[in-house]
Design a protein around this ligand. Structure first.
Ligand code: SAM
Length: 283
């Protein structure tokens, strides 16, 4: 990912998925309820395409219920981790918005799923047409995406302290611009999918809690602060550190840590996340 400043605008995944890939276990811990909800909703069967599969959490969950997972991701670093983690999955590095996905399945995919992997397309209608073309008649699409930044501490907790130090301040993307919050407006999501040919489009509110605290290995829980800093580090580059120099950088990091620590309640760091669960069908 590029600088913290770019968190809203979205990272350049093709070149910098390695930060996320290195922290895949932390993200899977934070997003385990998303994985469970997608699997429960999609009820994977036959051949299942995971769009923007990252380090393979959904591929693994798909294989666990006896379906055949295929993962596509634009980042080589992500795919390397996913392929090692789920050797029975077919994985490929490609832009899911434009790649010939139809040829990967003889009869078309029975399910298409994604956990936060479909908000980064330059031309979302064309991309969802491409996914529609790759789906078998009767197939379903199930994905989870973010609601607005202001409702999601995932994008602000501690990160705001860092972003405030940037000069010039980070640019805010226009609504619908590729990035984590591109699908924050549910009407926009409905319009894209409908324009792309999908039927029975539903956008449902989905709230879940991310708990950063983890087993500390001696019967207790960590306070989750380091896990939160790992998430911030995984979605940031050294650009800000370069801009500020080491002394100012470490001072800023200490302030971010203090801001995160303020949110620890009874020794546990957690917050709610506000997302959309989106479903659709190919007729
Ligand atoms: C927020 S991460 C989510 C990763 C994974 N689904 C998870 O939940 O851990 C977004 C993923 O989408 C991938 N991605 C972004 N644009 C893509 C595109 N055009 N085609 C395929 N994958 C893409 C990124 O490389 C990244 O792995």
């Amino acid at each position: 990912m590029s600088a913290v400043a770019d968190q809203d605008a979205g990272p350049d995944w093709a070149t910098s998925g390695s930060g996320w890939a290195a922290q895949g276990a932390v993200f899977d811990h934070l997003f385990r309820d998303v994985t469970a909800r997608i699997i429960a909703t999609a009820a994977p069967v036959g051949t299942v395409l995971d769009v923007g599969c990252g380090t393979g959490a959904l591929l693994e969950a798909t294989a666990a219920v006896g379906a055949h997972p295929v993962g596509v991701d634009i980042s080589q670093a992500m795919i390397d981790v996913a392929a090692r983690r789920v050797p029975q999955a077919r994985t490929l590095v490609a832009d899911a918005g434009t790649a010939d996905l139809r040829s990967l399945s003889d009869t078309g995919f029975d399910r298409i799923v994604s956990r936060f992997g479909v908000m980064f397309f330059d031309d979302p209608v064309a991309a969802f047409v491409n996914l529609h073309d790759a789906a078998a008649p009767g197939a379903t699409l199930t994905f989870v995406c973010w609601q607005a930044r202001a409702d999601n501490q995932m994008f602000t907790l501690g990160t705001d302290v860092l972003a405030a130090a940037l000069d010039p301040p980070p640019a805010k993307p226009a609504p619908g611009e590729p990035g984590p919050m591109a699908f924050a407006d549910p009407d926009y999501v409905r319009r894209i999918l409908t324009d792309a040919g999908w039927s029975a489009v539903e956008v449902e509110d989905f709230t879940f809690t991310s708990v950063y605290s983890r087993d500390d290995g001696s019967g207790g829980l960590t306070d989750g602060v380091d896990e939160r800093l790992a998430v911030i580090g995984a979605t940031s580059s050294g650009a800000l550190r370069e801009q500020l120099g080491d002394d100012a950088w470490f001072d800023l990091l200490a302030r971010a840590r203090a801001a995160i620590r303020e949110q620890v309640v009874d020794g546990v760091l957690a917050h709610d996340n506000h997302c959309w669960l989106v479903t659709a069908e190919r007729k």
